[in-house]
Write a protein that binds this ligand. Structure first.
Ligand code: FPP
Length: 244
């Protein structure tokens, strides 16, 4: 039984949780293991987060799995992460498909290895009709680049005469983002105790509630989701106005 009512459209209803999954490396070093092991355990926590959102009836979950800056990590770590994304899609696709999960990807996917790009396209196509949970995985994603790309599309339309300069506004810019059609996150949750957005959903998080938990990502469980949801409902969202 879920704790979120999907039909509740009041301003504070919880539709979308976005997670910065941080702390895989520290989880591994605490156990004298290689960082790669931390990412492997992190992939298991991804399954927990998806299961938790399904059980709690949260209709949108976005996971920051690889940032545009993560390419700077050692080749061995990048390759291992690519292997985990491959393994995850291959292993989870059928189950997620059957569970009504729509899998969506944002980020500069063209930077990923060809076979990962193919798997991504397969996962997207095979689940596009699903509606129970929209799972968005951010891969090679950077929020600033996403905003720049949208601004360029608008600039091109103005230059070609398809659009008037005055039609560039918050709505048209948001429509050019990769998250078009997905509600802005109600919660941006970061694990590991760090308190930064790290270039994640910069436009979309303008009014998100930021929640930071000390848990390292591989230890993340349904209870952590529940704690975040409780904290969300204890907050008062005013969107710049005053309380009723
Ligand atoms: C940040 O922790 C985590 C990442 C850069 C990778 C996230 C990847 C996963 C959770 C595993 C696979 C994901 C999917 C979708 C299958 P960090 O390495 O920066 O940790 P640290 O700050 O402790 O070093």
């Amino acid at each position: 039984m879920g704790i979120v009512d999907k039909n509740d459209l009041t301003p504070n209803s919880l539709k979308h949780i976005a997670i910065i999954m941080d702390g895989n490396g520290r989880w591994a070093s605490k156990r004298s293991m290689s960082r790669l092991k931390g990412h492997e355990q992190g992939a298991k926590a991804v399954r927990e987060a998806i299961k938790g959102c399904r059980e709690l009836c949260i209709p949108f979950l976005t996971l920051f799995a690889f940032s545009s800056e993560n390419w700077k990590r050692p080749d061995e770590e990048v390759n291992h992460l690519m292997g985990l994304f491959r393994y995850f899609i291959k292993r989870e696709l059928n189950e997620l498909k059957a569970a009504g999960v729509k899998i969506n990807f944002i980020g500069n996917i063209s930077m990923l290895p060809d076979d990962v790009q193919e798997l991504i396209e397969t996962a997207r196509l095979q689940t596009e009709g699903n509606t129970d949970l929209v799972l968005t995985i951010a891969l090679s994603y950077g929020g600033q680049a996403e905003i720049v790309n949208s601004a360029k599309k608008l600039a091109e339309m103005v230059l070609s005469g398809e659009m008037a300069l005055d039609d560039i506004n918050e709505t048209s810019l948001a429509a050019g983002l990769e998250t078009d059609g997905i509600p802005d996150p109600d919660i941006v949750l970061r694990t590991s105790g760090e308190k930064r957005l790290s270039n994640f959903l910069l436009w979309q998080s303008a009014y998100s509630e930021l929640i930071f938990q000390d848990v390292l990502w591989p230890d993340f469980r349904r209870e952590n989701l529940e704690i975040a949801i409780e904290e969300y409902y204890s907050r008062c969202r005013r969107y710049g106005a005053v309380s009723a």
